[in-house]
Write a protein that binds this ligand. Structure first.
Ligand code: SF4
Length: 162
């Protein structure tokens, strides 16, 4: 069972998490990485949660443990906002293809806004995560069967170096 499914089965409402002990939350999510920190943030967010501000961007971005990517994913899915959520897949693929030339996900997000048509902003994460897991993998990308290899900077560079 997915950890999130287990968590939400056990705690139906924010109030349930508020009333749970930190140890109990840790125990529920203990098979994911950094579960100590994540349990602490879940508890802190539940304690601070304000239903009236659930789509207030500043508020969402200020919550404990909520980084740029997670905030963007939340704002896209829950609040229908048009952001680009950049995780490791989006960062790697965008640089490999040559859409951007950046050093970190934050920079990638800002550069992608300049080159991606607006109607695709909130779809990029979903598309690139799937593409990154199946084709453009971190190690040994499957360039030979990649449908966009003729547009890819990395792929072209493989032939230049031979
Ligand atoms: S050609 Fe290779 S590196 Fe380029 S996008 Fe496709 S899988 Fe990724």
């Amino acid at each position: 069972m997915e950890v999130s499914e287990r968590l939400f089965n056990k705690y139906n409402k924010v109030e349930d998490i508020r009333n749970a002990s930190l140890e109990e939350i840790k125990d529920t999510i203990k098979d994911i990485g950094l579960y100590n920190n994540k349990a602490k943030w879940i508890k802190e967010i539940a304690e601070k949660w304000d239903y009236n501000k659930y789509c207030d961007e500043e508020y969402i971005r200020s919550l404990p443990g909520v980084g740029r990517k997670i905030a963007n994913v939340y704002l896209i899915i829950v609040c229908n906002k048009n952001y680009i959520a950049v995780d490791t897949h989006v960062h790697r693929i965008s640089n490999r293809i040559g859409l951007v030339k950046t050093k970190n996900p934050e920079e990638t997000e800002m550069e992608l806004y300049k080159v991606i048509p607006k109607e695709y902003y909130n779809k990029i994460n979903f598309l690139f995560v799937l593409f990154g897991r199946n084709i453009c993998k971190p190690i040994n990308p499957k360039c030979n069967i990649c449908k966009i290899n003729k547009y890819c900077k990395y792929y072209k560079s493989l032939f230049k170096s031979r």
